[in-house]
Design a protein around this ligand. Structure first.
Ligand code: SF4
Length: 474
């Protein structure tokens, strides 16, 4: 998966986190590699904070990991533990001030915070803290959590974090670091993923297992929903920081967000996507000559669909991997050209054929429409669109930028109208029960909010609530 022009019409993950406790290891370079593996979770800023036991140094900047760091910067980040972060920023907040890790100093010392997820009571907490005189530098929820930790700092880091999380509600997988401890926290619903690995004597925490593999770490286990792990020179200790009967691992991680080579709580992502394709095949009956994926996000589901139906899998769309982001972003005209620049149909394969086109999701419908047209222009006789997830009808409040409900095509119109809009001969979505069955976790352990409107951690009191009280002026 890559977040570029072809999939501009896809929900955007808002962060990836990485941490390592590794005295004797080159922690900044390992974190750099870990962030490379998590780059699909955020491309707008990257940062690494390192502790040498006395102080925390941080470097962060706007851009991809390889644009923010170079040898000299990494060589100057020396220490025994590190925390890293990649971020995608929702519209209007992509400034360096929101780049993470956020590093704060308080009476007990310094701490670095890297957060994936969104709090649903951020506005209330920010208001309460502001009334107490707290100043905010960024617009990120992470700063609220950091301020709460600082507030209870006198009680030691374990108690401070435990008390801080009792005030917040929503999705948070956090990797944080004091001068002499690395800490991993997963919210009681377990919305966003967080895993633990070992590299020799070192401990590694990461959003996805693909970041363990790249640094040579072995997967140990997932951090449990409502668990905090504290790692220092004495080893690892686990604490319970909350428990919810209803859990809510984001089901969309399996559909699109996570990298296919990662394993999440329910299993390997590529295999689950193939199963989504097989399930879609069981639920639909369309005569066709070939199955082609929208690369890369539709690859695994298309393969599963093809195998289940016995219809040949063909590469009818070829992705150009070398179109730079800056080249295709400047104007609407260029964005409109984007699909053609990025995807090219193979006329010799598509000519005169009845095609099943498989993609993982439709958000606004704009890109799907262009791709269907591309396939038709290349001579396809029929184009049947298969989507390996249900219609996205609702916004996400837990750290994924789906856009607002009115921007979601399935939030406004029904399947038949979407089919007409994208110009397909037929359109079929995987059912909600079909998706849950393909993922294989019990329904009460997953969030399906954007498909069903059922949000395990609730939603903000006012749907449009934003933490913008400072923008009204004095
Ligand atoms: S609302 Fe959708 S994208 Fe957001 S956490 Fe739930 S399943 Fe994931």
């Amino acid at each position: 998966m890559s977040h570029d022009i072809v999939i501009a019409d896809k929900p955007k993950d808002e962060c990836g986190v990485f941490g390592i406790w590794g005295p004797g290891e080159n922690v900044s370079r390992l974190t750099y590699f870990g962030l490379h593996a998590l780059q699909h979770r955020g491309q707008e800023s990257a940062g690494i904070a390192v502790t040498d036991g006395k102080q925390i140094n941080v470097h962060k900047g706007m851009g991809l990991v390889m644009e923010v760091f170079n040898d000299t910067i990494l060589n100057n980040l020396n220490g025994s533990a590190a925390v890293g972060h990649v971020r995608y920023s929702p519209t209007g907040s992509n400034s360096l001030i929101n780049a993470q890790p956020l590093v704060f100093r308080c009476r007990r010392g310094s701490a670095a915070f890297a957060h994936n997820g969104n709090l649903v009571n951020a506005a209330q907490m920010e208001e309460q803290l502001a009334e107490m005189g707290v100043l905010f530098q960024s617009t990120s929820d992470t700063e609220i959590f950091a301020n709460l930790v600082a507030r209870y700092g006198e009680e030691g880091i374990v108690d401070a974090v435990t008390k801080a999380v009792s005030h917040i509600r929503g999705a948070y997988s956090i990797v944080m670091m004091t001068q002499n401890k690395l800490i991993g926290i997963r919210d009681p619903y377990g919305v966003r993923p967080l895993c633990l690995g070992r590299l020799n004597e070192a401990y590694v925490l990461a959003s996805e297992t693909c970041a363990l593999g790249i640094v040579g770490a072995k997967f140990v286990r997932f951090i449990e929903p409502g668990e905090m792990v504290v790692i220092n020179s004495s080893g690892l200790e686990s604490f319970k920081i909350g428990q919810e009967e209803r859990q809510g691992m984001c089901i969309f991680e399996y559909v699109y967000l996570a990298r296919p080579d990662s394993t999440l709580d329910a299993g390997n992502v590529a295999q689950i996507r193939m199963e989504c394709g097989r399930q879609l095949a069981r639920e639909t009956d369309v005569e066709a000559d070939m199955v082609i994926p929208v690369p890369d996000s539709g690859n695994s589901a298309a393969l599963g669909y093809s195998q289940a139906k016995g219809i040949p899998f063909m590469s009818g769309l070829i992705k150009n991997r070398y179109v730079g982001r800056t080249f295709i972003q400047p104007s609407q005209k260029m964005r409109d050209l984007g699909v053609k620049l990025k995807l090219h149909p193979v006329r010799e394969i598509l000519q005169g054929q009845r095609v099943i086109l498989v993609d993982d999701s439709i958000v606004r419908g704009t890109t799907s429409k262009k791709i269907v047209q591309l396939v038709r222009d290349a001579g396809a006789r029929e184009v049947h669109m298969m989507v390996s997830s249900p219609p996205i009808q609702n916004s996400c409040y837990y750290g994924i930028d789906t856009g607002k409900r009115e921007e979601l095509i399935a939030g406004r119109i029904g399947v038949d109208d979407i089919c007409r809009h994208i110009g397909a001969d037929s359109l079929h979505y995987l059912s909600v029960p079909g998706l849950i069955q393909a993922v294989g976790l019990p329904e009460k352990k997953m969030c399906t909010g954007c498909f069903t409107g059922d949000y395990p951690a609730g939603i903000p009191e006012k749907e449009d609530e934003d933490k913008n009280m400072f923008e009204e002026g004095w």
